[in-house]
Design a protein around this ligand. Structure first.
Ligand code: HEC
Length: 119
């Protein structure tokens, strides 16, 4: 009888550990749950991991987040062309905007890499 209880307990533990935890936090502890982790491309995956959380955190320090989702961000770029992408220009202090991430720094580079991955 005791063995049956033990087995039932183990089954419950195993089943409850199956779900993948998608609520991730960035280094500062800010939640980045507003970004979808269901991806349909390598570029989208890269965006969700390395670009979206930074946009979510930094751009709304001064005004509304201009790109709260991957789809919104895609509308602000020209695929493959960072220097023609409003999102990259604004973030790096071009196009009549304050420098948020200086060109060449990690966050700016991740944004550039993502735009180059898109096609
Ligand atoms: C230090 C403050 C500050 C930060 C941080 C900031 N912005 Fe801005 N942003 C401004 C100001 C000021 C304006 C001009 C406000 C206006 O046009 O009404 C502006 C305007 C914009 C506009 C133009 C809006 C329009 O209607 O044309 C875009 C796009 C933009 N920012 C993108 C970004 C992005 C992307 C980020 C994050 C990478 C960012 N901003 C972070 C201060 C900031």
């Amino acid at each position: 009888m005791k063995v049956a209880y033990l087995l039932a307990f183990l089954v419950v533990v195993l089943l409850s550990s199956c779900g993948k935890d998608v609520a991730q936090k960035d280094a500062s502890g800010l939640s980045v749950e507003s970004y979808s982790y269901i991806t349909n491309s390598e570029a989208e995956d890269f965006f969700n991991k390395n670009v979206g959380p930074n946009i979510n955190k930094f751009c709304k320090l001064c005004h509304a987040n201009p790109a709260p989702t991957y789809t919104d961000a895609k509308k602000m770029i020209v695929a493959g062309k960072p220097q023609e992408s409003k999102l990259y220009l604004k973030a790096t202090g071009q196009d009549n905007h304050k420098v948020v991430w200086a060109a060449g720094t990690e966050k700016a580079e991740n944004l550039r890499k993502w735009i180059e991955m898109e096609q």
